[in-house]
Design a protein around this ligand. Structure first.
Ligand SMILES: [Zn+2]
Length: 328
C-alpha cells in the first residue's frame, strides 16, 4: 500500500512539478547507500550542488535529487563516498570545521553513549532540554555526565569518529562538494548573536582554506536558523544555505533557505517513498529541529495500513532511533 501511494504521487510529481528534493542523511552503510540511491534514482535525476540554482528555476525531464550528508563522520569517507562513486552519484558533505581530525566525539554521540548506559535520562539530560542550551553549557553538562557515569563514545566506530582533513580534501578532489556545518555543532540561535555570526564565518573560512576552493554551501546544525544568520552565511561566501524544513524544493525558496528531507539508514523503500510523496504533494512535514511530531505521524500512518503489508510491518519495526532524531 505504501509503495503504491508513494509511487502514484511520485509519478504525478515527475510529470507536473518543477524542482525536486534535497535529501539530508547522516550515516549509511553500503547496503543502505545503494538502497537509498536505488529508490530515489527511480524518480529523480541526481545532481551536483553546483547545478542546484539552475535546477530550482528550470524543469528537467525529471525532478532533481541532491544528496547531502551532515556531520563529517569518517564512514562518510570510507563507506558512503566509495559506494556513491561506484554508482556515479554526486553528493555534498557538510562538515563541522573544528571537529575534523579531532579526537573528541560530537556532543550527540556522547549523549547517545550516555543514553545507552542509563536506561532513563536524568531530567537535566533530556534531549529536548539539551537542545535549548547554549553550546558551552550543553557540552559542559555532557562532559560532567560522561565523567560521572564513566561513559564515552567509541571513537573506533567510524559512525562516531570524524574525518581527517586529508579525507575531506580527497572527497573534494574526487568531485564531491564540501560544505560547512558550523565551526562547532552549536545550535546557532541558542548562541549570542556575535558568537553565532563568528561561528558561521570561521566554519566557512576553514573549509575554504583547507580545500583551497570556494565553500559553496552551509547547513545549519540541527536545522535551527534565523534569516539573519542564513544571510550572514551568504555574506561569508557560500551560495546556498540549507535548513531541515522538510518539503519539496523549488524556485519559491531563496538560496539562503533551502529545505531538506531527512532520512535514516533503516528507512524502508516504502517509508522513503511515502515521505517524499508527502513533500511532493505540497504538505509540509514537521521540522525535525523541534518535536518531530509529523515524522511520528508518518510512522503511525505506516502502522495503521494493512498489517499484512510487509512494508507496513517493516516500517513499524524500525528501531526507535529512526523515529526520534538524535543526529543533528
Ligand atoms: Zn549535524
Amino acid at each position: 500500500m505504501l509503495n503504491a501511494i508513494g509511487a502514484i504521487a511520485l509519478a504525478l510529481a515527475r510529470h507536473f512539478k518543477t524542482g525536486g528534493v534535497i535529501v539530508n542523511e547522516h550515516v549509511l552503510d553500503s547496503e543502505q547507500t545503494r538502497r537509498h540511491v536505488e529508490v530515489f534514482g527511480r524518480w529523480f535525476d541526481f545532481i551536483h550542488l553546483d547545478e542546484l540554482p539552475e535546477r530550482l528555476r528550470h524543469r528537467g525531464k525529471r525532478p532533481f535529487c541532491l544528496l547531502t550528508f551532515d556531520d563529517g563522520k569518517r564512514s562518510n569517507a570510507t563507506v558512503v563516498a566509495p559506494e556513491l562513486e561506484k554508482l556515479g552519484v554526486p553528493a555534498v558533505f557538510f562538515i563541522v570545521s573544528s571537529s575534523i581530525g579531532c579526537q573528541t566525539p560530537l556532543w550527540f554521540d556522547r549523549y547517545k553513549a550516555l543514553r545507552k548506559k542509563l536506561t532513563t535520562a536524568p531530567p537535566d539530560l533530556e534531549l529536548h532540554i539539551l537542545k535549548q542550551l547554549p553550546y558551552d553549557v550543553l557540552v559542559e553538562r555532557i562532559e560532567r555526565a560522561c565523567t560521572r557515569y564513566g561513559v564515552e563514545a567509541d571513537l573506533d566506530d567510524e559512525n562516531v569518529a570524524l574525518m581527517s582533513w586529508e579525507q575531506v580534501r580527497s572527497l573534494h578532489q574526487r568531485g564531491f562538494s564540501i560544505g560547512a556545518h558550523g565551526f562547532t555543532h552549536a545550535i546557532l540561535p541558542r548562541e549570542t548573536k556575535l558568537e553565532a555570526l563568528e561561528n558561521i564565518e570561521k566554519s566557512i573560512a576553514k573549509v575554504r582554506e583547507e580545500i583551497a576552493s570556494p565553500c559553496s554551501g552551509f547547513a545549519f546544525p540541527n536545522g535551527n536558523y534565523t534569516a539573519e544568520l542564513a544571510q550572514h552565511a551568504i555574506r561569508c561566501g557560500v551560495k546556498m544555505v540549507m535548513t531541515t524544513e522538510p518539503t519539496w524544493a523549488n524556485e519559491s525558496f531563496p538560496l539562503w533557505r533551502l529545505p531538506r528531507l531527512q532520512f535514516f539508514g533503516a528507512d524502508s523503500p516504502g517509508k522513503i517513498k511515502l515521505k517524499t510523496a508527502v513533500a511532493a504533494s505540497g504538505l509540509i512535514l514537521n521540522n525535525p529541529d523541534g518535536t518531530g511530531k509529523t515524522y511520528r505521524g508518518v510512522n503511525r500512518l505506516a502502522r495503521r495500513r494493512d498489517n499484512r503489508n510487509p512494508i507496513a510491518r517493516e516500517t513499524a519495526s524500525l528501531p526507535a532511533k529512526s523515529r526520534s532524531q538524535i543526529e543533528a
